[in-house]
Design a protein around this ligand. Structure first.
Ligand code: HPA
Length: 245
């Protein structure tokens, strides 16, 4: 059976319900990952879990060592990756609490260590990234969302910004014109690095705020945290369904 790894984002620095077998401090050629890789059972299935921002949450999106995280998970035996990401909503359907399984992404980040192919390598590999998310893993998440009866979108374009600041109204308007439905800071280079390691990868995105200009209010951390604590319970239920589906 496929060993899935879950990368928990903001609000999911640990996975309640995980029967912990082992916390593995890993080293990689890129340095240590954000936290120990947890090996355990969730919903009766063997899983690996990694807190993207560390546990407790301390590493901002632009400073996450994405290469170490992906390398460590592969080394620990991950065969597929489900990423959980908190996002802002751009499309009008993406209100706080909405869940989305994106099918495409646009990368607006810069200056991140974004590839394993660098330095003195014999063959630069131009990996195909036309479809950044694995379709069968996406379908597992979609089936899990449907089974739980949550409001969700089975498609969406994830725009990944550099952060850690939130976007301006004009930036979000531009991203909307580009076709982005949701905006986050952690989807890339994570998705690409998974592809470079040949790991199927899908994202479960939880909308925690309307993006800049999509509401007359300013975006507060209190608002984001309230949406997170409600929404994260849903993501845990969906993860259990996706693993067992
Ligand atoms: N923008 C970028 N990243 C985010 C947001 C946002 O509005 N909300 C949560 N992560």
């Amino acid at each position: 059976m496929t060993v899935h790894a879950i990368i928990g984002g903001t609000g999911l620095t640990e996975l309640p319900g995980l029967t912990l077998h082992e916390a593995v401090p890993m080293q990689t050629p890129y340095g240590p990952p954000s936290a120990d890789v947890l090996r355990g059972a969730y919903a009766g299935r063997e899983v690996l879990f990694l807190a993207r921002h560390g546990h407790p949450h301390r590493i901002p999106p632009h400073q996450v060592n994405y290469r170490a995280n992906l390398w460590a998970l592969k080394e620990a035996g991950a065969q597929a990756i489900i990423a959980v990401n908190a996002v802002g909503g751009i499309h009008s359907a993406m209100g706080a609490g909405h869940l989305c399984v994106p099918h495409q992404l646009i990368d607006y980040t810069y200056g991140r260590d974004h590839t394993f192919f660098e330095g003195d390598i014999e063959h630069v590999t131009h990996v195909d990234f036309s479809f950044p998310y694995d379709e069968s893993l996406r379908q597992r998440l979609i089936a899990g969302l449907a089974a739980e009866g949550y409001l969700f979108s089975s498609h969406g374009v994830y725009g990944c910004t550099q952060g850690p600041r939130l976007e301006t109204v004009a930036e979000i308007a531009r991203m909307g014109r580009d076709g982005c439905d949701i905006v986050g800071m952690t989807g890339m280079p994570e998705a690409l690095l998974a592809r470079e390691l040949d790991l199927p990868y899908a994202c479960l995105a939880l909308v925690v705020n309307p993006a800049a200009g999509k509401t007359t209010d300013i975006i507060t951390m209190a608002q984001i945290e309230a949406a997170l604590s409600e929404g994260i319970v849903k993501t845990r239920a969906v993860l259990a369904r996706a693993l067992t589906g």
